[in-house]
Design a protein around this ligand. Structure first.
Ligand SMILES: O=C(O)C(=O)C[C@]1(C(=O)O)C=C[C@@H](O)C=C1
Length: 358
């Protein structure tokens, strides 16, 4: 659109539109607060990932530009985040400390209005939500290069929390130091996972530099902020937090290094129409058992996206299986398959049905 308006006139037009946006945001907030009151009365979940997705997708499809469609998600992420905070104080526990990928995932999912509280361990995140000190928790569950984070899966054995949503976060590792010069790096600190994910790059570029495991990428950045001869592998966000310079960016061996996080809460999420369900079951170790366990799903054409086995800590020679499949437990075929599985297993637990992240 071309115009003959002056800069002043254009800014005046923008101000007038901003006034309208502000007014509309407040009218939207009034409705959201009414929704919040209904939810309080009916004891319903405040955070509804399926509804949020419906909003993003509807607006993305509606958008004709020039405002970029990708930006619509970010803008509405913050509108919804602030709305949610009006409905209830949105306290979210995550596997800390600050600037870890769990923190980035929590920010991506809940927006900036939520109060994000770092926890020292995965069990501590579960405990915060179980005790009601946080409404939700964010924990990592698998990485596309390093595989499953078994600690998180093990937690579900003793917990009744439900998976409410999943978050996919593209993870990029940065080599950070005080000087930003590769020749100054005499030691590298990081968490074992990022160190493993950058193994090849490190062997090729800094083969003789000792690697030191620490509890988190943030702790690595913190140590390095006081040691000019060391470097940390951490997120770009950690650089801004600890005043570090980027020595090399994106040093992970695999492009498309994606980590999957789970949002845990006390209730099951509503059906969105494109869902994933996670469940766990235990079986005795005997020939052909897994085949029989999977049959109820296979014969109904249900797509299994992951199966993971863990030894049952409380019973020798028993295994616990974790299964992810397409569909919601309220879908008839899924419900029937789970019922059939229950008839064959010692125990079956539904960990949650939640919108599939894209
Ligand atoms: O529709 C709801 O359930 C709302 O609470 C409103 C709203 C929104 O701002 O649109 C806010 C939070 C929910 O996660 C989903 C949507």
């Amino acid at each position: 659109m071309t115009t003959n308006k002056t800069l002043e006139e254009l800014r005046h037009e923008i101000d007038a539109l901003d006034d309208r946006i502000l007014d509309i945001l407040n009218r939207r907030a009034e409705f959201v607060m009414q929704v919040g009151r209904i939810k309080t009365r009916e004891n319903r979940e405040f955070h509804v990932p399926s509804r949020e997705r419906e909003i993003y997708e509807r607006l993305a499809a509606l958008n004709k530009g020039p405002f970029p469609t990708e930006a619509i998600r970010s803008v509405f992420r913050e509108i919804i985040s602030a709305s949610l905070a009006l409905e209830a104080p949105m306290k979210v526990a995550f596997l800390g400390p600050k600037a870890t990928f769990s923190h980035l995932a929590a920010m991506q999912h809940f927006g900036l209005a939520a109060e994000l509280v770092p926890q020292k361990s995965i069990p501590a995140v579960f405990e915060e939500v179980e005790k009601g000190r946080a409404l939700y928790g964010v924990v990592p569950v698998e990485n596309s290069t390093e595989g499953v984070i078994s600690h998180t899966l093990d937690m579900f054995t003793g917990s009744d929390l439900k998976i409410n949503a999943e978050i996919l976060l593209e993870v990029s590792h940065f080599l950070l130091s005080r000087t930003g010069r590769i020749e100054d790096v005499k030691k590298i600190y990081s968490h074992p996972q990022p160190l493993a994910q950058c193994r090849r790059w490190l062997a090729e570029n800094l083969p003789n530099v000792p690697l030191v495991d620490v509890a988190s990428t943030t702790l690595a950045a913190q140590i390095v902020s006081e040691d000019y001869s060391a470097a940390a592998i951490a997120s770009e966000y950690a650089a801004s937090l600890y005043d570090l310079k980027v020595v090399r960016e994106r040093i992970e061996d695999q492009v498309n290094n994606v980590t999957r996080f789970l949002v845990i809460g006390s209730k099951m999420a509503d059906k969105s129409g494109d869902d994933r369900s996670s469940l766990m079951f235990s079986v005795k170790d005997e020939p052909g058992i897994l085949y029989r366990m999977l049959e109820p799903f296979a014969k109904r054409g249900l797509n299994l996206s992951k199966i993971e086995s863990r030894p049952n800590k409380s019973k020798a020679w028993e295994y616990i299986f974790f299964l992810d499949l397409a569909g919601h437990v309220s879908d008839q075929p899924v419900a029937d398959a789970v019922k059939e599985l229950k008839e064959m297993c010692q125990f079956v637990k539904i960990l949650g049905s939640y919108p599939r992240a894209k």
